[in-house]
Design a protein around this ligand. Structure first.
Ligand code: 6R9
Length: 673
């Protein structure tokens, strides 16, 4: 456990405030989707006792080309949902709305980053317009020879073409693998290779606070490495966004604009079996190798549709405008910018830029301009805004807001309270949503109008989610108040179906018990009201600014540099990021001499190397160098001790198994870079 987690738990343990739900009318909504505590209890009970009936009814609200014959076929750890059913997620997102007469309503609002010296750009797409663009690109993919089942890699900035590409893949049944635009060329190599993907859709570059991220150059570099590894990439599709110079590989590279120019604006949605793969999304685990999480068509579609509506109280025809600030490169963007929103017919905003460019008032200005009713962001952003000060918020008209959400990491009660007071003006319910790439959608969250909220708690399970806290050894449920592993005891429609190409890892990571429980990898406790409090990861994963990073990934990046002989990486408290990255390294003698002469040159080189191997967001916040790392006699690095050192505390931990105590003293004394 990292220190901020510890602090969170400390302040959470002393957190006694309770905010009761309030009438929907107070916030100008006609009703709550889940109508009070009784309704929630009743639906939850029905969904658990008779999932066939409950989820069958929810699924039937969407279109199926062939009806499903069986709702759930479960033999842990394998679930089949809506077996026999044939549908298409893109059809349900777009065509279904058009067929119901809503084609001219706004589906997607895109707000661009103000280009240097320019004005912010806004584009609006109706369901009909988005449908046309998606169909054109779907046909372009057809023309490239992409077939159902072929994985298309998408590595783009937050431009409309990203949403269009994702939906076009869904339309033709080609699973997408979106790689967050902050990842490096090496990260692309690993993911493209693991997915056996032959097509990459990218941009020339993306804007980041007025600067350019060279996406195409990264793809070129990745392609060169892939080629050398015997895995040539066949097609690279390039959207022009920033106008930077890019190398052009004739034959392989294609302009997006050329590909779609002559395509007809229609393309039949591919009939997809409920269990056909919809997408792969790579996420970090406790080894150096990222896992390709597999989500399939029917269950994910139903889960995101249902949870988005319940959690945010989505109501079409009430002027709602929803904005999730995540990047589509993460699961939050997949589920709660696109897939959960479009079928619910509430316009969704996609924002290209940063929270503080050109200034720190950017988010609030966007809320004011678009009269945003639903705002969903990460605790790290909230903490940054707290630090930047209320002055960027005061004077902005935030009166349109109705529901606020957070996701990605535990929110400390102080940040919660600020969000509630300064952004929500003490009127808006806050939904603190706990979930994971693997769960597809919300698992533990307050429902507005239903659940009283307690700052720092993600409260109670989503309808149909059977969550519990169990002892890590016995998998027996622990008494209220006690901490343990967070598990989900029954299947839910949006659950992952596997790790791409690694059955054993899937079983070992999530299902290492004989009860068929899904093990989330988070520690948590439940209070006397049954509310859940997440205590943080129990594995070697850390949440840095809500970005999930495996400490092993950073370690392998570090030892991949010739300077580093050995590295250990742990989480450390960080005021804004929640958890920062602390790295402990031993240097190769020749480099140690270099370091003595010019420490900055070496630390810069190491940070740059991590940025190159993973992405800039994985750069260590604190680097320490010593001749040795604290180890047990059997040679295991004692990370819990390193966590104390990184946090600058003496946790008075048991050090009896430590081989050499001097090592620890040296680390405590050494300088932090
Ligand atoms: C959606 C997403 C998953 C991990 C998860 C947990 C942490 C997410 C949280 C939260 C406390 C919340 N997490 N939401 N912790 N409260 N509301 O973030 O997916 O990137 O896969 O990360 O994030 O540790 O296990 P992902």
């Amino acid at each position: 456990m990292t220190d901020p987690e510890r602090q969170n738990i400390e302040s959470s343990l002393h957190e006694t405030r309770v905010f009761p739900p309030r009438p929907a009318a107070e916030l100008g909504m006609s009703h709550w989707v889940v109508d009070g505590r009784e309704d929630y209890r009743e639906q939850h009970r029905r969904a658990i006792e008779d999932p066939e009936r409950f989820w069958g009814a929810v699924a039937s609200e969407l279109d199926w080309f062939e009806p499903f014959s069986r709702v759930l076929d479960w033999k842990a750890p394998d679930a089949k949902w809506f077996d026999g059913g044939v549908t298409n997620v893109c059809h349900n997102a777009l065509d279904r709305q058009i067929a119901a007469g809503h084609g001219d309503e706004v589906a997607l609002i895109w707000e661009g980053e103000p280009t240097p010296g320019g004005q912010p750009e806004v584009l609006r797409f109706t369901y009909r317009e988005l449908h046309a663009e998606v169909c054109r690109f779907a046909r372009a993919l057809d023309a490239l020879g992409v077939k159902k089942g072929d994985v298309v890699t998408i590595y783009m900035g937050m431009v409309p073409e990203l949403a269009i590409a994702v939906l076009a893949c869904a339309r033709i049944g080609a699973p997408h693998s979106v790689i967050f635009g902050g990842f490096s060329a090496q990260a692309i190599v690993d993911r493209v290779q693991d997915a056996s993907s032959q097509v990459i859709v990218t941009c020339d570059g993306s804007w980041r606070r007025g600067g350019v991220v060279p996406l195409k150059a990264n793809v070129d570099q990745a392609c060169a490495t892939l080629e050398a590894k015997g895995h040539p990439v066949r097609d690279v599709v390039v959207v022009r966004r920033v106008g930077n110079d890019v190398d052009w590989h004739a034959g392989r590279d294609k302009e997006w604009s050329d590909l779609v120019a002559d395509q007809a604006p229609d393309r039949a949605p591919e009939p997809m079996a409920a269990e056909d793969m919809l997408f792969l999304l790579y996420t970090s685990g406790s080894t150096g190798k990222p896992k390709g999480i597999v989500h399939t068509t029917g269950g994910y579609m139903v889960w995101t549709y249902f949870t988005a509506r319940a959690t945010f109280n989505l109501l079409p025809d009430e002027g709602q405008v929803y904005w999730c600030t995540a990047d589509i490169g993460w699961i939050t963007g997949h589920s709660y910018i696109l897939y959960g929103l479009l079928p619910n017919r509430v316009p969704t905003i996609m924002y290209e830029g940063a929270p503080n460019a050109p200034d720190e008032g950017r988010f609030w200005e966007i809320i004011e301009r678009h009269k945003v009713t639903h705002f969903y962001t990460a605790p790290t952003a909230i903490r940054a805004f707290m630090k930047w000060g209320d002055k960027h918020v005061t004077g902005k008209d935030l009166s349109s807001l109705k529901v606020l959400g957070t996701v990605g990491e535990p929110i400390n009660p102080e940040a919660w309270a600020w969000y509630h007071r300064v952004i929500g003006r003490e009127r808006c319910p806050i939904v603190d949503t706990w979930w994971q790439t693997e769960t597809g959608g919300h698992m533990l969250t307050p429902l507005p109008g239903v659940t009283a909220t307690k700052p720092g708690s993600c409260t109670t399970p989503m309808i149909g989610v059977d969550a519990a806290i169990v002892d890590a050894g016995t998998f027996r449920e622990v008494e209220p108040g006690g901490g343990g592993l967070l598990v989900i005891r029954r299947p839910w429609p949006g659950m992952l179906r596997g790790i791409h190409g690694d059955r054993q890892r899937f079983v070992d990571t999530y299902w290492h018990n004989d009860r068929g429980y899904y093990v989330a990898g988070d520690g948590a406790r439940q209070d006397e009201d049954g509310f859940f409090w997440i205590m943080g990861r129990v594995d070697d994963v850390i949440n840095v600014s809500g970005h999930r990073i495996g400490t092993m990934e950073v370690e392998s990046a570090l030892v991949g540099h010739p300077a580093v002989v050995e590295a250990a990486v742990v989480g450390m408290p960080h005021e804004i990021k929640g958890t920062g990255i602390a790295a402990f390294c031993t240097l190769e003698p020749h480099w140690a001499a270099k370091f003595d002469a010019d420490p900055k040159a070496v630390t810069d080189a190491l940070r740059a190397h991590v940025a190159k191997e993973i992405g800039p967001f994985a750069k260590p916040d604190a680097l320490r160098f010593a001749d040795g790392l604290p180890k047990t006699r059997s040679g295991k690095i004692m990370r819990r001790l390193l966590r104390d050192v990184a946090a600058g505390i003496d946790g008075h931990q048991d050090t009896t198994t430590l081989e050499d105590r001097g090592v620890l003293e040296n680390l405590r004394a050494c300088q932090v870079y």
